[in-house]
Design a protein around this ligand. Structure first.
Ligand SMILES: *Cc1c(COP(=O)(O)O)cnc(C)c1O
Length: 367
């Protein structure tokens, strides 16, 4: 059994050939030599269809997911490909409290085409799936950090002939392997922890069924939502340290949770790794390890402003899973949550610096 750290460092890299780079650079090419008309078409013939730098990253991620990976230009491009794949076959069942653009895409582009969309909260049991073609879960959900039972959802979806897709962005493939739990498709925004350095936007879908994989590749080629080789290469470089980064981020989150719970300015702390969390039992059953993404609520927008102004380390940004600790006030983006709800992404700072900084910033709140 190969460990997470080894897989992250070695995944997608070929055995060394003397005199060639140990870390080959990105293959920056739209155009590939085709040879004579009678020669077979090579794997690489045009940059929108395939590229060796994509394949290296796809090999690495696919091994972690336990399936075959297809990279996309963003997490949303990956979600769009999956929703379009299934939308013509029946209803789409989406989380009512997950990433807002998945719902927005379904309602603004698919409903007008006659696709039925049903929404259900992550923490609730699934409603009737009669007539469903695809169930999408997001677990742990963003920003609420609620957890859905993947194996139970897979059984319910398969009983009516629907596919189960899981948005695995917050967990990462080290934290959770939805394909092993019965899901047909795993989707992620690798813009977040997987690439991990805040310098690229990309996503992927992995599946085990070769027909689904082929349809995803065709959808990518036709839809054109492809990433540049440079983005793939940067993400592959970032992936090498995912195991280390998650370990530090989870350590920091575990240290912050009791401090947050005890502070009078804070309510509503949620982190699936916390044994006191309502989602902990399900999360512990299906997740392999924790990460640094948690949520809590301050009294108001003004309180969030005071917290940010008083902190020396916490950045204000709408992404997560990066090296620096950041918060995002989700009401700003229209999520149906309290004014002061913050998604907190614990970064890779030292616990001994981060915890006192957060404490001091909370103590500075007067609003
Ligand atoms: C960020 C995010 C997305 C969208 O990904 P992009 O790479 O920004 O397109 C989808 N799902 C979840 C859970 C996310 O956090």
């Amino acid at each position: 059994m190969i460990g997470d750290g080894t897989r992250c460092v070695h995944g997608g890299h070929e055995p060394g050939v003397p005199g060639t780079p140990m870390h080959p650079g990105p293959v920056l090419s739209s155009t590939f030599e085709l040879g004579l008309p009678s020669d077979p078409t090579p794997a690489d013939f045009y940059g929108r269809s395939d590229n060796p730098t994509w394949r290296a990253l796809e090999t690495a991620i696919g091994k972690l997911d336990g399936g075959e990976c297809v990279v996309f230009a963003s997490g949303m491009a990956a979600i769009a490909a999956v929703l379009r794949l299934a939308g013509r076959d029946g209803a789409l069942v989406l989380p009512s409290d997950g990433y807002y653009l998945a719902r927005s895409l379904a309602h603004s582009e698919l409903v007008p085409l006659g696709v039925e969309v049903r929404e259900t909260p992550t923490a609730a049991p699934l409603p009737s799936l009669d007539g469903a073609a695809l169930v999408l879960l997001e677990t742990p959900s963003n920003p609420g950090l609620d957890v859905a039972d993947i194996a139970a959802a897979a059984a319910a979806a398969h009983a009516v002939g629907a596919l189960l897709a899981v948005d695995n962005t917050t967990a990462t493939p080290l934290g959770q392997r939805p394909l092993e739990l019965g899901a047909d498709l795993v989707i992620a925004s690798d813009t977040k922890a997987l690439a991990g350095h805040g310098d690229v936007v990309l996503g992927h879908v992995s599946a085990r069924d070769p027909e689904l994989v082929a349809r995803l590749r065709e959808a990518r080629s036709r839809g054109g939502a492809v990433l540049g080789p440079m983005e793939a290469w940067l993400a592959h470089r970032g992936l090498a340290t995912l195991d280390l980064r998650l370990a530090r981020q989870a350590q920091n989150a575990a240290a912050l949770v009791p401090v947050l719970r005890a502070h009078p300015a804070v309510s509503d702390v949620r982190w699936p790794g916390d044994p006191a969390d309502p989602a902990h039992a399900v999360a512990a059953r299906q997740m392999r390890r924790w990460n640094g993404v948690l949520r809590f609520t301050l009294a108001s927008e003004a309180a969030v402003g005071e917290f940010l102004a008083a902190s020396r380390l916490i950045g204000s940004a709408t992404s997560f899973g990066g090296l620096r600790s950041t918060v995002d006030r989700r009401r700003r983006w229209g999520d149906d949550v309290a004014e002061g709800l913050l998604r907190f992404s614990a970064g890779c700072e030292d616990e001994s610096d981060l915890v006192p900084d957060v404490c001091a910033a909370l103590d500075a709140i007067t609003a």
